[in-house]
Design a binder for this molecule. Sequence first.
Ligand SMILES: [Zn+2]
Length: 335
Amino acid sequence: MALCLNQHMLSPIIFVVSVLCLLANHSIAEELPRFKHHLKPQQQSLNFLVVGDWGRKGNYNQSFVAHQMGIVGENLNIDFVISTGDNFYDDGLVGVDDPAFYESFVDIYTAPSLQKIWYSVLGNHDYRGDVEAQLSPILRQKDSRWLCLRSFILDGGIVEFFFVDTTPFVEKYFTEPEDHTYDWRGVLPRESYVAELLKNVDSALKQSNAKWKIVVGHHTIKTAGHHGNTQELEELLLPILKSNNVEAYINGHDHCLEHIIDKESGTQFFTSGGGSKAWRGDIKPWNPEELKLYHDGQGFMSVQITNTIADFVFYDVFGKVLHTWTISKEHKAAE
Ligand SMILES: [Zn+2]
């Protein structure tokens, strides 16, 4: 009787667990979430700003960068903003009600031109807080601009963006966390998370018919800056970028503005991590033929893309243009 009772009790539990496992496996195998940005009628170019490493309650010149972003954003009539992560210092958000969301985002980027969607990825500092808070729709209710996911695709008509959650790639955050606590909910086991993500990014890139393909992540692949190249991304993500003819990889993490062109593949690497605190004088040697810009101060980047031309422009904290680069589909990598 006791056995019989246990079996009766266990059966529904086993079934529920089985279904949950199936659902979990199914969700892992699903494609990346996809968003579409609709161009206005007759719109010829997609225009956007890129800023990274910014949330410091206006300090370290964050407010000045925000002011200049507002001016450039208005001049270009931007479609949206991309955040390359490390959105809230030092340790992400403590929860959905953390006032830092207002103090570092809502009340800082107040210019009318910046009242557009902010497509955002997570940085390593964001993983040190309640990581699910930044992903929560509750933040979108507080400010409808905010859109942060771990990894996703944005179809911008002219260009397709592939946003990649790069923090779980970096082994030392798991093996040598030092005095930091990381919120790995939704990431473990790390190996299968990374493998599945790479598979999804690769297949999405292969399926893409977009004229331009841009990959966005927080961590560096190629940089002369403080952190150096992220070895795991060089080994695992870079071959996927190359085999799928990705024009550009855009990242933050190093607190600088930087442009590197890989001589072999022609792939462009843009670092826009100057949203607040910068690291003056922190630069490693790099082949000057590849390194087109290294600015060890605050600032941001704008991008304008048509069917045939992509213009990348870097601005410093005063709004001064530091560097421009044009890629033409007919004449690739022409300045
Ligand atoms: Zn970082």
